[in-house]
Ligand binder design. Sequence first.
Ligand code: ADP
Length: 364
Amino acid sequence: MSFIEFKNICKKYAGNDKNSVTDFNLDIEEKEFIAFVGPSGCGKSTTLRMIAGFEEITSGDLFIDGKRVNEVAPADRGISMVFQNYALYPHMTVEKNISYGLKNMKVPAHEIKKKVDWAIDILGLQEFRYRKPKNLSGGQRQRVALGRAIVKNQKVFLMDEPLSNLDAKLRVSMRTEISKLHREMGATTIYVTHDQVEAMTMADRIVIMKEGVIQQVGKPMELYDHPVNKFVAGFIGSPQMNFFDVTLKGNEVTFEDGNKLMLPEAILKKLNGKEGEMTLGIRGEDLKMDAQNLELYKENKMKAVITDTEVMGNENNLYFQFGGCQAVARVSKYEICQVGDEIEFVFMPSKIHFFDKETEMNYL
Ligand code: ADP
């Protein structure tokens, strides 16, 4: 049995006519770091709150460490939790904020001191130990909230958008800190975020949700390279995957603007005779304009005019009209282009995806 098991979990809030979570099935192994990701309103927090015991489970079964916990009180589930809007006690020092929960749990004083010292050390809060929250930065306060949760030393650690109140730079450094914390603590962690970058950079596995339904569960690169549908393909990765409406006949793909692309045998084999209207997807980094790839795929060279550029420092995003859509190519910083330049580019054939027009499922 896995450490946490969700069996056909559904949640319908009183007064809503639709489920907020439908048929959620998932096994989580001990010590795993799992991210729930998806757009706002897709049911991530509801699912997390059902694990914590703050929301009743409408139907289905939830097991933690082999025990069915549907009716177990939150305090008895062996869980600690950090929210986006953590509230620190304003009149207490960092040290007191962190130790408060342990006192309530009647942990002996010497044990509390040991745990608080450990948390303060691991979170780099030594010099703020005797400060009150109003004299701390946002990042430091968030670390105190993490400290308060980790000293409880529970087996399951739940985090709901813990970084969304922080500025961009701090979010990046806190991502590394949370990953490090997870490695050192080894608690099974479930992390809710709408930010695919957070999910990609921290999680062992990602659960991507849409309208209360799991779309795909997998390691970050599995979702990136093999999205099961157009939703996952579009949600994971930035800039977003390029999508083109195309028609496939034989080995010939026709774009809306009349451009044509010949498919190699390997892709046709995987398409297994499928033809007609479909959506072609390709990531920006798989549109190539370097000399080597232009030579390699010269029979399928495309032309376009740059309409916009984003200089990122390490790479450039080049925007252009192609196939009736705006497309973006991610190229190296050495491939410099200006708005108005005509470029030649090729599609990396092995990186092309085809999605069903109706179901949006990935054919390949
Ligand atoms: P997410 O965390 O992915 O943003 P939520 O789990 O908060 O999504 O919400 C999922 C759906 O459930 C949304 O449609 C939301 O409006 C609805 N919902 C959330 N909380 C409640 C509630 N207390 N009562 C009624 N509907 C709710």
